[in-house]
Design a binder for this molecule. Structure first.
Ligand code: MGD
Ligand code: MGD
Ligand code: SF4
Ligand code: MO
Length: 731
């Protein structure tokens, strides 16, 4: 871990212990799976895995005298190697959050007024089942959609498939990693996965384009980044903002936002014209190299300079630096890559640059992950739907291989290609995750039924007809996690403490709802442990062992081509497609082509956003331990621009976007660490839900300002870095 995040890590560890010690909540520890820890009297330790983000680090929770005490990394876990990130360490604050949802709620007033009455689980699930049956009778079961994010959605997906709808989507595709997966698939025939197959630990040259590791706290990657820095790897960071990662870089390129494709093309121009690429690798595995090379002719560093703001010498020097270290050069594919709407082609350019460097399938580049073979539970077959999913009508975005949240939202608004009348929303805060809040609310107003399953009263819950309070990850079992990774392993989430109120786990909710819908046959198991034990045993493994250790390791497979990993590419040509036959056939550019980003109104700043190490999206601002480390976000503004506007650090402003939307008040951070043409804020703040008593009104929401988005023609992702703001002093 790098020095900065390490310090933060230690800081939060201390804060956690103190605060947890003071919490005094009377949660009863679950003894069932506990293993006595070595020596500390009254302490039980229970292995599980974290859910403060979707990385799923193996964790060991300690319960002291019946109270949840602390949570640490499971040393057996290959993902976290015994260390959680600050958010994971502070995860116990999710259990003790006084603003948690406590009981099922049914709406009593207008949608959005946040007025409900507490009901029993039976009443809530009856209410939902009756309406779901009405929707199926009037419009067909396809008129129900599920939005879910994370492993906890598995059982609700099962119930909704059994009910007969194919319409289910997560924001992690169209609002996050979709373009990257498409760009890499088109090129290598496979995507980079999650956790990404990036061999950061072994790289000699790491290129980060926006990926702000150290603020983006995906644990494995941050640890491996620290290892790479410690080994003296050359780091190249491209970011309009001097990120934590930039502070570790040999080359920092403060690029003009939205122009990365120009830089990538110029880099490839240099590598091709100077013949610095891995010629053997390209000859052996590449398809269409000649056409690709010819397409780069005009993309000189001199051409890229006015586009990107990066001078030609730096472009050449960084291209040569990458080539010098190849194939152990890793141009990181990024994760949240929905920026400008040309994102799949930009991601494809990143894939192509890696292909030139020969890094796919090579040590220090991209390894071949594997997973353990854990058979699915033998459920009855789902009913066949007469109608296909409606998020991408006529395959308008031909390369969308996962469902589009925003496509379901569009169909809900228009009623086409067929009506959507009910939404079930699990562990996603759509009002913070999808661009253009007003469109989401318009869609919600078309519904006959909106059910939100959450742990806290999120903004989306504020619009629901029924709110179902879930047990947190520390209080429940979830589905098994047979992870795809360098080292295959199987992880188990299991309860550490009881839920403090009338909260229930997702599997229970999904099963009971299925029973009320007359779909009980889809849940032949009585209890989740029966299900889990069945699957683990079917995989030839021991469930008691998994409960005791939390992790079972699998057989490590060859990671690189020269170790015997198969050099196979699932593309039409069976090779790495420098020239994409699929894109050509679908009428798109077979090799990436640059179009400059549209400029904003005069005097405005492009709005950029990202992560802070101690928060996850919009889900942790209520967590008292994590909000203690950062209770509101700030807007980063270039120092010169701040002086021109008469603003200084800690002044409050409001941001107004190009469509007149005005944000909550937010503090200025005047800094040299950002270009003068953009501002930056951490995503997830500016909560407007009154039930979030602690987080309410603290900081501003980037999501509210993202009224515009640019849709990626290839795959329907929503580029959200296309909004512009001005700053208004708060008097
Ligand atoms: N403007 C803007 N939009 C974005 C992004 C951005 O940076 N800016 N980021 C994009 C990215 S990369 C992603 S991946 C998506 C993420 O989008 P989401 O997954 O929707 O992220 P969150 O906003 O954290 O919403 C998660 C919700 O799950 C709830 N939750 C937490 N734990 C549990 C649990 O155990 N059970 C249940 N039932 N609910 C739980 C939280 O309280 C919260 O309401 O957003 C995307 N959208
Ligand atoms: N602590 C924490 N860590 C997280 C998460 C979290 O919620 N909290 N969420 C996880 C998830 S789901 C995701 S998807 C990732 C997201 O994290 P990443 O994929 O690493 O990053 P992004 O959110 O795409 O980008 C943010 C960075 O891109 C820069 N940037 C903005 N515009 C441009 C541009 O035009 N060009 C370039 N080169 N850079 C630009 C910003 O200044 C910022 O540094 O983080 C993951 N890790
Ligand atoms: S990266 Fe952090 S928050 Fe995410 S699962 Fe791992 S420890 Fe938890
Ligand atoms: Mo994401």
């Amino acid at each position: 871990m790098n020095a900065l995040s390490r310090r933060r890590f230690l800081k939060i560890s201390a804060a956690t212990v103190v605060a947890a010690g003071m919490a005094g909540r009377s949660s009863r520890a679950l003894a069932a799976s506990a293993t006595p820890s070595g020596g500390t009297a009254g302490v039980r330790t229970i292995p599980t895995f974290c859910d403060i983000c979707f990385w799923k680090c193996g964790a060991i929770a300690s319960v002291r005298d019946g109270q949840l005490w602390k949570i640490e990394g499971n040393p057996l876990d290959p993902l976290c190697q015994g260390r959680l990130c600050p958010r994971g360490t502070g995860g116990i604050g999710a259990h003790s959050d006084p603003d948690r949802l406590r009981a099922p709620l049914i709406r009593t007033h207008e949608r959005g007024e946040e007025k409900w009455q507490e009901v029993t689980w039976d009443e809530a699930l009856d209410y939902i089942a009756v309406r779901m049956k009405q929707i199926a009778a009037a419009h067909g079961p396809e008129a129900m959609a599920l939005f879910s994010h994370g492993i906890g959605g598995t059982f609700l997906k099962h119930t909704l498939k059994a009910y007969g709808t194919p319409n289910m989507a997560a924001p992690s595709f169209a609002q996050c990693r979709g373009p990257r997966d498409v760009g890499f698939r088109l090129t290598f025939g496979d995507d980079v996965g999650s956790p990404e197959r990036t061999d950061i630990a072994n790289t000699d040259c790491l290129v980060l384009i926006g990926s702000h590791l150290g603020e983006n706290m995906h644990n494995t990657q941050v640890q491996e980044f620290a290892t790479a820095v410690g080994r003296g790897a050359s780091i190249i960071v491209v970011d309009p903002r001097f990120s934590v990662a930039a502070s570790k870089a040999k080359f920092y390129l403060p690029i003009k936002p939205g122009t990365d494709l120009a830089l990538l093309l110029a880099w490839m121009h240099v590598i091709v014209t100077e013949k610095l690429y891995d010629a053997d690798y390209v000859a052996k595995h590449g398809f269409g190299f000649e056409q690709f090379a010819a397409s780069l002719t005009s993309y000189t560093p001199e051409w890229a300079f006015p586009e990107t703001g990066i001078d030609p010498d730096t472009i050449r020097a960084t291209a040569r630096e990458m080539a010098r270290h190849h194939p152990a050069t890793l141009v990181h594919p990024g994760r949240h890559v929905n920026w400008n709407g040309d994102d799949a082609q930009r991601s494809r350019a990143i894939a192509l640059l890696n292909a030139l460097l020969g890094s796919w399938g090579r040590k220090g580049g991209f390894y071949q992950p594997s997973s353990m073979d854990v058979p699915a539970y033998p459920y009855p077959p789902y009913p066949k739907s007469g109608r296909s999913k409606l998020d991408n009508p006529d395959h308008k975005h031909p390369f969308a291989h996962e469902a589009l949240t925003t496509g379901i939202r569009d169909a809900t608004i228009t009623g086409k290609p067929y009506p959507i009348k009910g939404w079930m929303v699990y562990a996603t805060n759509l009002l913070h995750a999808l661009p253009n809040e007003a469109e989401t609310i318009r869609a919600i107003q078309q519904l006959d039924l909106l059910v939100v399953v959450d742990v806290i009263p999120s903004e989306t819950a504020g619009w629901a007809d029924v709110v179902l309070p879930e047990s947190t990850y520390l209080e429940r079992f979830d589905d098994l996690n047979p992870e795809y990774f360098r080292q295959p392993f199987l992880g188990l989430r299991q309860p550490v403490v009881d839920s403090p109120h009338d909260q229930k786990p997702n599997w229970w909710i999904a099963k009971k709802l299925a029973e009320k819908l007359g779909l009980g046959a889809y849940y032949p198991w009585q209890d989740i442990e029966e299900y889990l034990a069945h699957r683990v045993t079917a995989a030839g493994l021991s469930y008691p062992e998994l409960k005791q250790k939390g992790i079972i390791l699998g057989q490590r497979q060859p990671l690189y081509f020269d170790e015997g990993a198969p050099a196979e590419f699932d593309t039409p040509s069976g090779q790495i497609e420098f020239y994409s036959l699929q894109l050509e056939k679908a009428g798109f550019d077979p090799v990436p082509r640059y179009t400059p980003p549209a400029a904003g109104p005069a005097g405005s700043f492009r709005l950029l956003f990202g992560r802070a190490p101690m928060h996850s999206f919009s889900r942790t601002q209520s967590n008292r331990l994590l909000s203690g480390l950062m209770s509101e976000n700030t807007v980063w503004l270039n120092h010169t621009a701040a002086t021109r506007l008469g603003l200084k650090t800690d002044d409050y402003v409001r941001l107004r976007n190009q469509d007149g939307v005005l944000s909550n008040r937010i503090k200025v951070k005047a800094t040299e660490r950002i270009r003068p043409d953009c501002v930056y804020m951490v995503h997830g703040f500016g909560h407007t839900s009154r039930g979030l008593r602690h987080a309410y009104g603290k900081g501003a929401s980037d999501a509210q300002l993202v009224t515009r988005y640019q849709t990626d023609p290839l795959m329907g992702g929503t580029g959200m870095n296309v909004n512009f703001v001005t700053l208004e002093p708060e008097v």
